[in-house]
Design a protein. Structure first.
Ligand code: FE2
Ligand code: FE2
Length: 217
């Protein structure tokens, strides 16, 4: 779908593309890259009921985070001034779809569900992303980099909370962490600026609310 953000498409095509992406993100199957699920060849370990519920809560948070990532990228693509910024972040946005699919698959395997608040996360993030895009490309890219840095810290916490035998979830989160670090680097290389302290704090507070709610709902 992100091919639709290139300059060969009319604004109407782009709007339809964004609506399609929103629906796929929230309700359907997102378009993924050629990469395989990193947990595909790993055997499922035995988890107690308590462990299963804890891992499901963590994976639901990560899935909701990836729904938010799609909202952010789409919001930014709607308002970004430079078309090449959109194109440069295209691969990153597609990789977020991989993350979305991997987290969803893990939730299925754990017999659990996605966050019921996903539409809220998506449209809330879309609004924030659009605002970042309006602020200008250096802020928009800076925002991506800061988001990724916060996600990496949060993935580290989740990796520490996983039951040691749950290699499947570990493989997914480890690959995500590697990808997010790369996305942050790409955003900074393309001119992302360091965000002011209060903005970073606001982002941390918002993500705290989201992760607390998505763990349960
Ligand atoms: Fe991601
Ligand atoms: Fe990312």
């Amino acid at each position: 779908m992100f091919a639709m953000t290139t300059r060969h498409y009319s604004p109407a095509d782009r709007v339809i593309g964004h609506i399609d992406n929103a629906l796929r993100t929230i309700f359907g199957k997102p378009q993924i890259t050629e990469r395989a699920n990193p947990a595909a060849d790993i055997a499922d370990a035995k988890l107690s009921e308590q462990e299963r519920q804890r891992v499901a809560g963590l994976m639901r948070v990560n899935h909701a985070g990836e729904v938010s990532a799609q909202g952010l990228y789409t919001g930014q693509a709607l308002t970004a001034r430079l078309p090449d910024v959109r194109e440069k972040m295209e691969r990153a946005a597609l990789e977020e779809n991989d993350h979305l699919a991997w987290c969803e698959q893990r939730l299925d395997e754990l017999g659990s569900h996605k966050s019921l608040l996903n539409p809220v996360w998506y449209f809330g993030s879309l609004t924030i992303g659009a605002a970042a895009g309006v602020a200008g490309d250096k802020w928009s890219l800076g925002f991506v980099a800061e988001t990724e840095h916060q996600v990496i810290r949060h993935l580290d916490e989740h990796l520490a909370k996983l039951p040691p035998q749950d290699e499947k979830s570990r493989a997914v989160l480890s690959q995500m962490k590697e990808d997010e670090a790369h996305h942050a680097t790409v955003a900074l290389q393309h001119g992302g600026a360091e965000l002011p302290g209060p903005v970073k704090l606001m982002m941390r507070t918002t993500s705290k609310i989201m992760t607390t709610l998505a763990y349960r709902i």
